[in-house]
Ligand binder design. Sequence first.
Ligand code: FES
Length: 213
Amino acid sequence: MIKLVVDGRELKVEEGTVLLDACLDQGICIPHLCHLKGTEEPHASCRLCFVEIEGMGKPLPSCTVKVRDAMVMKTDTPGVRELQISALRFLLSVHDVDCAHCPANKKCALQNMARCLHVGLKAKGLEACLKEPRVVEDHPLIDYYPNRCVLCARCVRICLARNGLPQMTFAKRGFVTVVSFYGATASSSCRDCLGCIEVYPVGALVLREKDSA
Ligand code: FES
């Protein structure tokens, strides 16, 4: 075990633990979306989990850092909060904020983060940009809502980890990037897995109630 200090509090954690995991395991709240515990390579795309570490010049995403003995860090400095709020506001500007009709309502990572960072769900000062179509029904079991998707890649990565040959990937580029199921056919591995829905932090992947497969 090694010791580190987080917001003035001493923690004992296993050497080599991902810093974000070490904090979350101790109940220290750090906004995050794309981190998938147990995966070797951090995806680090959501740019939310910043912390300040003593001796490092600028804030770093805590999902990309392994703990070291005597590490001293802060999770709630003005610099960290500014980066997190900017990242969250951007995500909300491309998000269909219609929580009442979303199955993730009240258990949604975006709602939790907005509460934690005191940010309104309706992005102010940024024009809302939504994609068409609003729902993609290509998959035999799962409906995909591009305007709820945060492109965290958790679904793609869990699919790869569990199935070797992934059933889904990202398609297109830039603002129009979406998750694609390769024009999926009814796959028994999907039916037995559904890991993508399990790890998804928002309501973009929804199991169809009565699938036709
Ligand atoms: S959780 Fe670290 S960048 Fe997304």
